[in-house]
Design a protein around this ligand. Sequence first.
Ligand code: COA
Length: 159
Amino acid sequence: MRKAIYPGSFDPVTYGHIDIIERARRTFDHLIVSVAVNPHKTPLFTLAERMEMLQEVCCGMDNVTVDSFTGLLVRYAEQKDAQVIIRGLRAVSDFEYEFQMALMNRTIDPAIETVFMMTNSDYSFLSSSIVQEVARLGGPIQGLVTPTIERRLREKLNQ
Ligand code: COA
């Protein structure tokens, strides 16, 4: 069984992520979308909220599970018996950081392959923090996140 992991902060999940999830789940037998607990980032949404939003988005995708992890991604992939790490590439600016991570991960475990998917051009400008910022300033975010996530985001920012 070809099992892949799609890791990220998902703070919150956007249509750009959903596009990658849809394509990755068609390419692999099983996809684990996993929220990384990253000590270098201060997320807007808690880990439980980010996982809940992903679960809503992935509801009905029978070969997708939502999970979270701490520590080294490669060690987590080994524990989950996954052979592949999926990353989305939005622009050339992503390349250097992703290249460094992929090579580091390969150094730790050469059996785990990183597969890059080119983001849909409609979403190549998108990031979770830019969506947060536009919402915070009262701008439109329809078409960038699902209506449910838009509502959650507005509620969160009003707290
Ligand atoms: N559509 C929209 N946005 C996208 C996107 C897409 N297809 N792909 C990436 N992004 C955005 C994310 O929303 C995020 O935006 P933000 O910074 O505004 O929150 C940004 O790009 C970064 O992407 P993300 O996938 O969340 O990466 P990350 O840099 O937060 O985390 C991990 C990457 C989790 C894979 C990495 O930190 C990791 O492996 N951590 C575990 C520790 C480890 O093993 N370290 C050694 C690695 S060599």
